[in-house]
Design a protein around this ligand. Structure first.
Ligand code: ZN
Length: 493
């Protein structure tokens, strides 16, 4: 259970459950939160009016200096006057990752009269796509300020304990992705937060600044870390290693597991292990984030849905894959973002590449009115469209297999492999292999039986189950994330 930490005059904290009333008290207890005219609590019509205004200004900028959309709109016969607000947005075509990747520079705004705030502040890169090539995403000084405001409101929404000791467990990777750097900014903007940095990641031998997982564990233990940010599977590996070593992680209160889905069973597992290391009741939260929003949509409590932390910056919609039209709340479709207030890279109706669903209902937990991404599959918010695979001729969603495996008792880590029965014959039957690193003390035959029955009900085929050592599946010193689904089959056109 997640709780809110309401600071008392003597510096101690009162822990209260997340309810709309307690959320108000929590905000009132922190002057910077109370002073913030936070659009996440505004009534829907006031938000819509503000968003229409923002969109109109952004479109003026786009028609003035956005090469890609100027060209696309001209080709499509779309004029500035055709789009007066969000209701007209559906007249614009969807923008796909391949369009943006083909010419990222043409998505960068080139204003006629740039000011200081239009100078490039930084560039971050999208994570590996299907082609494996990262794409640059430019933030101007103006954009950086907007991002900081979004992160501030995200911290407020996530109920981070004020005056907490935090640790950034994202890898300091060779390519600047948002993980490490936005977690750094969260450290900067948190109320009175003191921050530590694990600095793990791929070494650059000439400048040996990178550090080991053991160093990160020492920081958590010695520095009494309360709030952690990092990639879900990396933090789980770290927790498992620390548990074996009998570390004292008793101060851990709040974990932001990011970068990938963190289903219920994985959260339960992390929580149980942390409790074995002395933590009282840690909140394992899974925010849904991506480069094109430079942050994440946070949860206010377990599975509350992921709230839009910045309705003044972003408009989200879920659209039908075929028609590009918006689908009703709760229905699954392509998750899209439209930038409402950006001066660097600007995207309109951009298809993130995930299938998800939205709700516009006021959050029953915290009382916020901004839209939320809701659980789309099993206990995860979004599933990569690219991850839908054909297995024996049927389109399946590996997320369902993943969900089933993660929930099987005794499965410590796993990997799902799609292969061919005859490796020399690309047309031979598909094979499903499930590698499992079992937990000690569990009956392997029982694990296998349970896994088989789950595979059969999910994809109507039996799997080859192999029990392996953990290192064979996931070595955190090499890989950023655990690769849980691998398709070994040759690509056929
Ligand atoms: Zn909420």
């Amino acid at each position: 259970m997640s709780v809110l930490y309401i600071r008392q005059p003597d510096g101690s904290h009162e822990k209260v459950p997340v309810t709309p009333e307690n959320t108000r008290s929590y905000i009132e207890s922190i002057p910077l939160y109370a002073e913030d005219d936070d659009p996440l609590f505004w009534p829907a019509d006031r938000v819509r009016e503000m968003q229409d205004e923002m969109l109109n200004r952004e479109l003026d900028w786009v028609f003035e200096g956005h090469d890609y959309y100027k060209r696309t709109f001209k080709d499509g016969g779309i004029e500035r006057g055709d789009i007066k607000g969000l209701d007209d947005l559906e007249k614009l075509p969807l923008t796909y990752k391949k369009d943006y990747m083909a010419d990222a520079d043409s998505f960068k705004l080139k204003p006629a009269e740039p000011t200081l705030y239009d100078w490039i502040f930084e560039v971050t890169y999208t994570t590996g796509s299907t082609t494996g090539m990262p794409t640059p995403f430019w933030n101007t000084i103006h954009d950086a300020h907007g991002i900081w405001q979004m992160l501030f409101r995200g911290i407020k929404l996530g109920g981070f304990p004020p005056y907490a000791r935090g640790i950034n467990l994202f890898p300091l990777g060779p390519v600047p992705h948002i993980g490490f750097f936005r977690a750094r900014d969260i450290g900067m903007l948190g109320i009175g937060s003191l921050n530590m940095y694990g600095c793990t990641g791929m070494p650059h031998p000439e400048f040996p600044v990178h550090r080991s997982m053991d160093y990160a564990m020492d920081l958590i233990e010695g520095g009494k870390a309360e709030v952690w940010l990092g990639i879900a599977s990396f933090m789980r590996r770290l927790i498992m290693k620390a548990e074996l070593e009998g570390r004292d992680f008793s101060e851990t209160k709040h974990i932001q597991a990011l970068g990938e889905a963190c289903p219920q069973a994985m959260r339960d597992d992390m929580k149980k292990r942390l409790q074995n290391m002395g933590a009282e009741d840690p909140f394992i939260s899974n925010s849904y984030g991506f480069t094109e929003m430079q942050g994440a949509l946070p949860e206010c409590t377990d599975f509350s849905g992921c709230h839009n932390p910045a309705p003044n910056l972003y408009f989200f919609e879920v659209v039908d894959e075929e028609t590009g039209k918006r689908v009703p709340d709760g229905e699954r479709g392509l998750f899209c973002i439209t930038h409402l207030n950006r001066r660097g890279t600007v995207l309109l109706r951009y298809v993130i590449g995930d299938l998800g669903a939205l709700t516009h209902e006021t959050c029953p937990h915290c009382g916020r009115t901004s839209e939320r991404a809701v659980v789309a599959v099993g206990s995860t918010y979004a599933t990569r469209t690219a991850e839908l695979v054909k297995l024996k001729g049927t389109l399946i969603n590996p997320e369902i297999l993943r969900d089933g495996l993660a929930k099987t008792p005794g499965v410590q880590e796993y990997q799902i492999i799609f292969d061919k029965k005859d490796k020399d014959d690309p047309y031979s039957l598909d094979d499903l292999i499930v590698k499992i690193a079992p937990e000690d003390g569990f009956d392997r035959a029982k694990i296998e039986e349970e896994v088989q029955s789950k595979m059969v009900s999910a994809v109507e085929m039996r799997a080859k189950v192999e029990f392996v050592a953990m290192e064979e599946i996931y070595d955190p010193t090499v890989a950023l994330k655990a690769y849980r689904v691998i398709d070994m089959r040759p690509k056929l056109d």
